[in-house]
Each structure stands twice: as structure tokens, then as C-alpha cells.
Design a protein around this ligand. Sequence first.
Ligand code: NAP
Length: 336
Amino acid sequence: MSKISVGILGATGSVGQKFIELLQNHPDFEITALAASSRSAGKTYQDAVNWFMATPIPEHVRNMKVSTCEPNLDCKIVFSGLDASVAGEIETAFAKAGYIVVSNSRNHRFDADVPLIVPEINPEQLSLTKKQAYGKGCIITNPNCSTIGLVMALKPLLDNFGLESVNVVTLQALSGAGYPGISSLDIIDNVLPYIKNEEEKMETEPYKILGTKDFKISATCNRVAVIDGHTECVAVKLKNKARKEDIIKAWQEFRGKPQELNLPTAPLKPIHYFSEDNFPQPKLHRNLDKGMAVSIGRLRPCPILDYKFTILSHNTIRGAAGGAILNAELFINKIS
Ligand code: NAP
């Protein structure tokens, strides 16, 4: 079977580069188009990009011409890693022109007819695309990079014990701020206690993904000098009593549609629980299971709420490009 042609909008950015790295040798998708701003358009990809992935630029992409983000690209699906200041209108234009738009940007996440998907949690929300007025095109979104680790940890708790309240404090990696991102003088020897719009996203997106507003979330977001991998310190109050071993079992047994369908980008186990006192750590665990697994550790009683624990997930893989590719794999599986 021939592969499905895909384009990348925002191909030169932090997320765009990760798309290119993850899509090389993909069994179902083949990159046939790259697009970015007018600063990059007209150049070959290698001239336009400041490549900072650990692997070299894939050979077939190196000399591909970068286009502007007009809906005339030679592809069926577009993955969007566009800056949020422009993503909304560009993604709408592509959907109207019949493209399947799989986006990382925040702009359409709360449109009533746009699915906000974590495939292990709410694959059924994909059916919202049928309500969209884009003809053959559609828009599918994935959540903010910190939301994704949080909801993966919360879903088994919600299903097994019920949730009353969640307090989360993040330690977020630099690649989450895009490229070139934060100046070195601002972040070395420092922690930045504010990330614009981040707390609002963490306090709203879980409700759309988990399908309930029946619990409270309070989020505090910090930027730290880690390159990749968001850490989150979470405390939860549960509706029903739970033993520590029951919670760990619920996390360890958690599986979803991507595992059932054996999708190419799916982690074998979506959640890995570590019993070591000093795990998870970004440097050691962010690439676990292709960078698609969420690591959890340090589950212990909380004197204020019921339990507290630490989460780690890769922000540009599970939290962005990898999550979007998994969404597209789920979508083509559902419609084929
Ligand atoms: P980034 O590194 O700043 O990249 C932004 C991309 O958008 C670049 O390719 C840039 O092209 C393009 N762009 C900027 N202005 C444009 C315009 N006027 N027209 C067309 N293209 C334009 O940002 P990023 O970190 O990759 O994030 C991309 C999106 O994903 C954002 O919406 C972000 O919120 C979201 N996201 C990021 C992460 C993460 O961990 N980084 C995680 C989840 C979601 P040029 O190079 O030509 O300027």
C-alpha cells in the first residue's frame, strides 16, 4: 500500500523539526511538503532551518523547498507546528481546502466541533470531525504539552477512584518555549515562575479531554533549565478511598485504543511507574518507549489532599509531534 502524503506547517520550529525526525521511516506517512513563514519560504530546508535534533536532517527532506503556508501543498494531511499567533487562520484555510489538519497549536482546541484528543483517553471524540463544515477537510488537535502528562496520570484515577481536586506544579523544559526560545542569560542559574497562558490551559483542557468538570484543578507553571521533558508535581484528592498499591496497579494496567490497534507510534505501556525514590528524571526517562510513555513515581500520602506523586513526559514527542502523529494514525485507522 502506498504511503499517505503529509506536509508540515511550521517545519522549521522546535515541534516542526521533531515531526521531521519522527516521520522518517514511518510505515504509513511520507513527507512531501514543508511550509513555514515568508522568512523561510523559497529556501531549501537545510538552508532555512537551524536544525537542533540529535539525528541528521533526513536525506529526502534536506533539499526540499520550503513553501509559504498556503493551502496548495502536495499532500493529504498537514501536521501543524505553527506559532499560535498565525495557526488559527492558516489551519482553517487548510481544512476548508480539504486537508486533514492535525494540530499542536492551541487556537482550535476549544472549538465545539474540534476534537481535543489523547488517543489512550478519548478516541471517541474523533467523531466530532463529522460535525465540522469543512467538507473533506477537518481539524484535529492535541493538548498542551503539560496537560498531556497530567491527564494520562489522572484518567486511571478518575475511572477507578473518582477525583475531587488536583493541584499541579510544573517544571517545564526549554524546548517547550520554541526555538530559539528563552535567552541563556534569563534561564541559566535560574527558574522562571511564569509561562504565559500555560496555567489557564492546564486548568481547562483536562475537562474537555476527560469529559467531566466534576473536579477542581489548580496549576502553577515554571520554566527550568532542562532541554526536553516536563516534570510535574501533583497532589490529588480522590472521591473514594484507595490504597497505594491499587493506584499503582491502575496506572500499570492502563491501556487504550493505540495499544489495542498496535498503532506504530503507540507506546507499549502508556504509563511506567517507578518505585525508586529519585525517579522519574528528565535526563533518564524522557525517551522511554519512543518518548511516548508517561513516567510516574514518588506516590506517597499527602497531608493536605490524599496522595502526591511526580510525573514526567517528553514535551516535543508525547506532548507535541509524537502525540499528533498518534492522533493521525488513529484517525486513518478509524476511517479506513
Ligand atoms: P517555534 O519553534 O517558534 O516554531 C514556530 C514555527 O512557526 C516556525 O516554523 C516558524 O517559521 C512558523 N511561523 C512563525 N510565524 C509564521 C507565519 N507568520 N507564517 C507561517 N509560519 C510561521 O514554536 P514551537 O515550539 O515549535 O511550537 C509550535 C506550536 O506548537 C505552538 O503553537 C506551540 O504552542 C505548540 N506546542 C509546542 C510544544 C513544545 O514543546 N515546543 C508542545 C506542544 C505544543 P519560521 O522559522 O520561518 O519563522
